[in-house]
Design a protein around this ligand. Structure first.
Ligand SMILES: [Mn+2]
Length: 295
């Protein structure tokens, strides 16, 4: 059984900006594009983790909003896992933090496969903009948003040697330096095309370790903007849907993927029937690959 969790929240692009209502609508737009009929073969329940009621938002700082939505997401994911269901969350990139906090009670050495055009490794000190959406992977490895991690009782979700970043091609100078010094595995888009390099796939496998729960993060901007223009920060030279699924299959083949997020669809940018079709296929393929293996 798949639990589809709609996280209707769009973080402000810069401190002082309002929440992004268009990004927040993304999960709902996708649901209405025909996700349920496509997913229902496996059985699906839908949950909504939307923000605090509109009226309450005014008095809350953006920090409080992120904390609030992450805590709600963590409880929802933990409940799905406890029920033996497979949680797949649609939201923005920061959803990763709440989802991983919801996996906290699972035992064993945890791993992350991060598929994204961006590394999302910034901290509040290193970020050039203050955008929380550029920090979630940093938070998972214990290098960013320590106040949020403390609130969620998740000081560090996993060690860097158990992280692979796939499709990353747009890095701040800080993130580039960090990645070069880190034991995280890095796989470039070209390595997954055609007859995908066995060496690249082995790099992902090694980072997954031998046991323990795996978190799979798919930011849809990892796809090439020619097929996925509906994102806030498009970046050329991306993955095809097929090459993205090659990486997903490596993670799924462990039978240990405990939760997935499909992130960062922006319905305000270049949406067409074709784009929605790609997104629906992506969510359904990921759900089917990851929820059937080992369950
Ligand atoms: Mn991204």
């Amino acid at each position: 059984m798949v639990d589809l969790i709609l996280c209707e929240y769009g973080p402000p692009l810069e401190p002082g900006d309002a929440l992004d209502p268009v990004v927040a609508r993304g999960p709902r737009v996708l649901l209405n594009a025909g996700l349920i009929p496509s997913l229902s073969a496996a059985g699906v329940r839908v949950f909504d983790v939307s923000l605090v009621p509109e009226a309450d938002c005014g008095s809350l700082q953006r920090k409080d909003l992120l904390e609030h939505v992450s805590a709600r997401l963590a409880s929802r994911v933990a409940a799905s896992i406890a029920a033996g269901h497979f949680p797949i969350t649609l939201g923005d990139c920061t959803a990763a933090i709440g989802v991983c906090a919801g996996m906290r009670r699972l035992e064993g050495r945890r791993a992350v496969v991060w598929v994204d055009a961006h590394a999302d490794l910034n901290s509040e000190d290193s970020s050039l903009t203050g955008f929380y959406g550029g920090m979630p992977l940093g938070a998972l490895i214990g290098k960013s948003l320590p106040w949020l991690a403390a609130e969620l009782r998740m000081t560090r979700f996993c060690d860097e040697e158990n992280v692979s970043v796939v499709g990353v091609r747009s890095l701040d100078p800080y993130e580039g330096d960090y990645l070069n010094r880190s034991p995280m595995a890095r796989v470039e888009c070209a390595e997954l095309e055609g007859d995908a390099s066995t060496e690249a796939l082995a790099r992902i496998s090694r980072s997954l370790g031998e046991a323990g729960p795996v978190y799979l993060h798919v930011d849809v901007d990892a796809l090439d903007p020619a097929i996925m223009p509906a994102v806030t920060f498009p970046c050329p030279g991306g993955l095809t849907l097929e090459s993205l699924l090659v990486a997903v299959r490596v993670a799924a083949s462990t039978g240990r993927v405990a939760a997935v997020t499909v992130a960062s669809f922006n319905p305000g940018k270049g949406v067409s029937a074709g784009v929605l079709g790609v997104l629906v296929s992506l969510v359904c393929e990921v759900a089917s690959l990851c929820s059937s293996a080992g369950r």
